[in-house]
Ligand binder design. Structure first.
Ligand SMILES: Cc1cc2nc3c(=O)[nH]c(=O)nc-3n(C[C@H](O)[C@H](O)[C@H](O)COP(=O)(O)OP(=O)(O)OC[C@H]3O[C@@H](n4cnc5c(N)ncnc54)[C@H](O)[C@@H]3O)c2cc1C
Length: 219
């Protein structure tokens, strides 16, 4: 609407309280798309079962944004500097959409262009694993942000801000340095951050985060 689009009917999503809950579903936690960042930050369930995810999510925005902004809005806004897609992508979350054709589930690492048309994001399912760990570095935003998930010898890296959509790499920890660098598309090159600098920082931050997780430091 800010861009001049018109709409005959507006639906206020906040009138759907059933989409706000954070529920334990056993091997995953279902976060309603209308849960606010604050709901995530203060959820006792997430503190118990997905503490690293909760800690990382708490770094989003400032307290005013976290009190009102929703998890679903963060994802659906499709802004390359937003942290939600990167964090949820590396931990293997799934996005649940309600569409004209029924319910559709997509990996959170899917590109925004692959989201279904005319769809309401209803929930995000986050797997719970005793062995999976997560660490996140947003200190160089908006030039680059990196999240790393580690489960056994398998590492998943999510890169935000550096491209028009988040980039993900999944592979064996011992291969990460070379394989990530080879797979990384050319980053954005602009006065805020050159492509070579962004590329180098993806390598530096991902290595640091993996080291941190291997040492057992919290995110
Ligand atoms: C000052 C400021 C600082 C911020 N800092 C950060 C930050 O550090 N990190 C970060 O990640 N984000 C940051 N944000 C972004 C913030 O997280 C999002 O603006 C917020 O989460 C959006 O939620 P909302 O409910 O207001 O969505 P809206 O802004 O209302 O919606 C965004 C878009 O998504 C659509 N939409 C919303 N919900 C759904 C749904 N369930 N299904 C389908 N479509 C939907 C809307 O139609 C709209 O097109 C910041 C924002 C501001 C203003």
């Amino acid at each position: 609407m800010r861009s001049g689009d018109t709409a005959g009917t507006l639906i206020n999503l906040s009138a759907l309280p059933t989409l706000c809950g954070i529920e334990d579903r056993g091997d995953f936690i279902r976060v309603g798309a209308l849960a606010t960042h604050w709901d995530v930050e203060t959820s006792p369930l997430l503190a118990t079962r997905l503490a690293a995810f909760q800690a990382a999510w708490t770094t989003i925005g400032n307290v005013r944004i976290r009190m009102t902004g929703t998890v679903g809005g963060n994802l659906m806004a499709a802004e390359r500097a937003y942290d939600g897609p990167v964090l949820l992508g590396v931990i293997g979350a799934k996005l649940i959409f309600l569409t004209d054709a029924g319910e559709i589930s997509l990996p959170a690492l899917s590109a925004h262009q692959d989201y279904p048309d005319r769809a309401l994001l209803t929930a995000i399912d986050i797997p719970v694993s005793m062995t999976a760990r997560l660490s996140f570095d947003r200190s160089l935003k908006p030039v680059v942000s990196v999240a790393v998930g580690l489960d056994g010898g398998v590492v998943s890296v999510g890169v935000g801000c550096a491209h028009t959509t988040p980039f993900f790499w999944l592979g064996r920890i011992d291969d990460m340095e070379d394989a990530l660098s080879a797979a990384l598309p050319d980053p954005i090159d602009n006065p805020m951050g050159g492509a070579a600098y962004r590329r180098r920082m993806v390598g530096v931050l991902s290595r640091r985060l993996v080291d941190r997780l291997r040492r057992g430091d919290a995110s």
